[in-house]
Design a protein around this ligand. Sequence first.
Ligand SMILES: Cc1cc2nc3c(=O)[nH]c(=O)nc-3n(C[C@H](O)[C@H](O)[C@H](O)COP(=O)(O)OP(=O)(O)OC[C@H]3O[C@@H](n4cnc5c(N)ncnc54)[C@H](O)[C@@H]3O)c2cc1C
Length: 414
Amino acid sequence: MYRTEVPVEMNNFSLIILGGGAAGIFAAIAAKESSPNSTVAVLDKSAHLLAKVRISGGGRCNVTHACFDPKSLIQNYPRGSKELLGPFYRFQPQDTIDWFEKHGVQLKAEPDGRVFPVSDSSQTIIDCLLDHARTNEVEILLKQHVEAIEKTSSGFQLHLKDGHSLSCQKLLIATGSAKAGYLWAEKLGHTIQPPVPSLFTFNIPHFTLSHLSGIAIDPVEIALRNTSLSQKGSLLITHFGFSGPAALKLSAWGARQLHDSTYQAELDINWLPNDSEESIFNTLREAKKRTPQKTVGATRLFSLSKKLWQTLAEEMDDQKWIALPDKRLRQLAQKLVRDSYKTGGKSTHKEEFVTCGGIDLKEVDFKTMESKICPGLYFAGEILDIDGVTGGFNFQNAWTTGFLAGSSAQRENP
Ligand SMILES: Cc1cc2nc3c(=O)[nH]c(=O)nc-3n(C[C@H](O)[C@H](O)[C@H](O)COP(=O)(O)OP(=O)(O)OC[C@H]3O[C@@H](n4cnc5c(N)ncnc54)[C@H](O)[C@@H]3O)c2cc1C
């Protein structure tokens, strides 16, 4: 059982962690494992810890990604890639897998690289983290409202809404994308890069492909017009627009531009990114030569589903090849490599979303996760201006920065 009331005798901690999410709980365990005599408390405003872990990955928790080379791994972070390189040499996905195994949880990698618990249940991850927080005697205080944080000569004083005060030598803020965390950090001297959503799906008004909802095409190249941003991979057609890894990744890399344009943008789609327009045109001419009396829609060409092919062919769908002059074949080839859709907004992707923006990375020492502005203050997880693409990279950021923050904050407290 966790406490929801702070006992009067409880006061001076070696480390207080604000936020009991993935980063905060992992940091607490790391702190106690590297310095067993230290006193560590986690304060959370809610009644439940690890709430996002519970709902993550559709309830399965995509813990990390099977990408074990730090230089490749950082390519998956639209914000924070440069800063994460050093930390990933110290704690990367292999360390995450080893850590969970050592703490009793077997993980498995799926063919696309996403790593899940063998149980396929996020509860396994929650149980593991909370069991080890308990056995390491991490003090957990729920439903706590910190009203103010004061920097003192020996550390920090936290003033709680119920009138209590708690002091600590070191303070770690790991409140994810919660506004309070940004405000505390600002008051302690930090700059906040404006938070905006990342990892969302695209809404297309009057969507001409909505009847194909549920169809995934792999690979497709999707690009944000007038930028250098594009993604190649699996694209999912939904009732309202585009989702799937390629669209989600594009939303992450374009999070700021898309926010600034109020999500009004032009998407260019190459349905056949492995073929050139010229080779597609030649394939169409070949079809015309071979099967002149067949209709375009009835001809199976390329790796597209029949319904998508018929939709993309538009009014050519029920025409015979013989009736189509080369000019029309050229138009069809162009559409297949440069189809375009106007976005009118975004929707939240239910399986994973994240906030771009947060603590300015220049103000943090990535060897220890300590603030360069306020000694003794640490940050970990999503509160930092770090976000990854979909696939387990966001939790990896939480584990890595949480591990570094927790173990380095307590290194001098043997
Ligand atoms: C639906 C969904 C699914 C996801 N699935 C995946 C996935 O499968 N794989 C992946 O890599 N990423 C996933 N993510 C992203 C991932 O969950 C986050 O990147 C990760 O949880 C960040 O961890 P964190 O500890 O920094 O923040 P959080 O998990 O957000 O934890 C912050 C904690 O701080 C507490 N808090 C907030 N305000 C206060 C306050 N004022 N005082 C005290 N405590 C406070 C909160 O209650 C919370 O417990 C998903 C996100 C969502 C929303």
